[in-house]
Design a protein around this ligand. Structure first.
Ligand code: PRT
Ligand code: ZN
Length: 283
C-alpha cells in the first residue's frame, strides 16, 4: 500500500514541493515518467498535476494528499482538510487599481473587476457589502484595465513588479497565501498513519529551517548572563575550554530572534560566535 500525493507538474510550486519531499528523506529521482513517480525509500507515489486540479483529485481520493497554494484551495471550495502550511509559494491575492487613482473600498461599487479568483473575490465583496461586477479571466489579468476590460483587478502579487509594469498599484490584500499540505477527509487508518509520518518529517524540516545552532566562547564570570540569553532546546550545553576561565556554550536559537540575540551576546562578552544551519530537528 502506498500513499498518493499530488504536486504541481510544473510551475512555481513544483521545485519547492520536490525539495521538501527530498528534505524529508524521500527519494523520487526516478522521475522519468511525467505523470507519476514512485519513491524508492518511502511508501509514496507522487502524481504530477496542474495545481488547479489538485483539490478535486484529493476530494475524489484519486490522490490521498496534495501540495497546493491556499489561494487554489479556497477558490475551488472542495471538501479537503488543510493539514499544514509549508512556508513556500508565499503571495497575496490583492485588489489593484490604476496608479493614478485613489483607492477606497466603497469606490469599487458599480465597478468591473477582472480576476481568476471569482469565488474568493465575491466572498470579499459580500462581506464588505460591495456590489461590483466580476469579470472572470484565466490569465494575464493585469492587462485588463489597460485595454478597457475592467476598472480594477484582483490577482496574485509577490514582488509587485507585474503590477508596476502595467501601470497598476496594489490597493488592498484580500488573502495571504502560501502552499499547504491538504488531505482527503476520509483516509483509512493505514494511509493516515503514513501521512502522519510524512507530516512529522515535514515539521522537523520546517522547524530546523527556523532555527540555528549557535556555538560561542564565554568568559566564566559572564556565563550566567550569556546562558540566560540562550533558551536552547532544554537548556544550553556548557563545556570548559582548554584555556582556564573560559567555557564553550552551545544552543539553538530561533531565526526570528537571531540578530537581537547575537547583539546581546556580544555585548555580554561572548566571543568566537559560530552560527550553523540545522538539517533536521526532532522535538
Ligand atoms: O500549470 P498550472 O495550472 O499548474 O500552474 P499555474 O500557471 O496556474 O500556477 P503558477 O505556477 O503560476 O503558480 C502556482 C502557485 O504559486 C499559485 O497558485 C500561488 O499559490 C503561488 N504563487 C506565488 C504565485 C505567485 N507567487 C505569483 N506571483 N502564483 C502566481 N503569481 C503570478 C501572479 O498571478 C502575477 O501574474 O505572478 C505575477 C505577479 O508576480 P510579481 O512578482 O510580479 O508580483
Ligand atoms: Zn493553475
Amino acid at each position: 500500500m502506498k500513499l498518493k500525493i499530488a504536486i504541481q507538474k510544473s510551475g512555481r510550486l513544483h521545485e519547492d514541493s520536490l525539495r521538501l519531499l527530498k528534505e524529508c528523506g524521500i527519494d523520487i529521482s526516478n522521475g522519468g515518467n511525467k505523470l507519476k513517480s514512485t519513491a524508492a525509500n518511502f511508501p509514496l507515489e507522487v502524481y504530477f498535476l496542474r495545481d488547479d486540479d489538485i483539490p478535486q483529485y484529493v476530494e475524489d481520493a484519486v490522490a490521498d494528499a496534495g501540495i497546493v497554494g491556499e489561494n487554489v484551495v479556497y477558490e475551488k471550495k472542495k471538501e479537503v482538510e488543510v493539514m499544514e502550511q509549508l512556508g513556500f509559494g508565499k503571495c497575496r491575492l490583492s485588489i489593484a487599481i490604476e496608479k493614478s487613482e485613489i483607492y477606497s473600498k466603497e469606490k469599487l461599487n458599480g465597478k468591473k473587476i477582472a480576476t481568476s479568483y471569482p469565488v474568493i473575490l465575491q466572498e470579499y465583496l459580500d462581506k464588505n457589502k460591495i456590489t461590483a461586477e466580476i469579470h472572470e479571466i484565466s490569465g494575464s489579468v493585469e492587462i485588463a484595465p489597460g485595454i478597457g476590460l475592467a476598472d480594477a483587478i484582483c490577482d496574485l502579487v509577490s514582488s509587485g513588479s507585474t503590477l508596476f509594469t502595467n501601470g497598476l498599484k496594489e490597493a488592498e490584500t484580500i488573502l495571504e497565501s502560501q502552499s499547504v499540505l491538504i488531505r482527503n477527509r476520509c483516509l483509512d487508518k493505514e494511509k493516515l498513519q503514513l501521512l502522519e509520518k510524512l507530516l512529522f518529517r515535514i515539521r522537523s524540516v520546517k522547524k530546523a529551517k527556523n532555527n540555528k545552532y549557535i556555538l560561542l566562547n564565554a568568559p566564566n564570570e559572564k556565563l550566567k548572563e550569556i546562558v540566560d540569553l540562550l533558551p536552547g532546546m532544554k537548556s544550553p550545553t556548557v563545556l570548559p575550554l582548554a584555556e582556564s576561565g573560559w567555557s564553550s556554550v552551545h544552543s539553538v536559537i530561533d531565526e526570528n530572534d537571531f540578530w537581537d540575540i547575537i547583539e546581546q551576546l556580544k555585548a555580554a562578552g561572548a566571543q568566537g560566535i559560530l552560527v550553523v544551519p540545522i538539517e533536521k530537528m526532532i522535538v
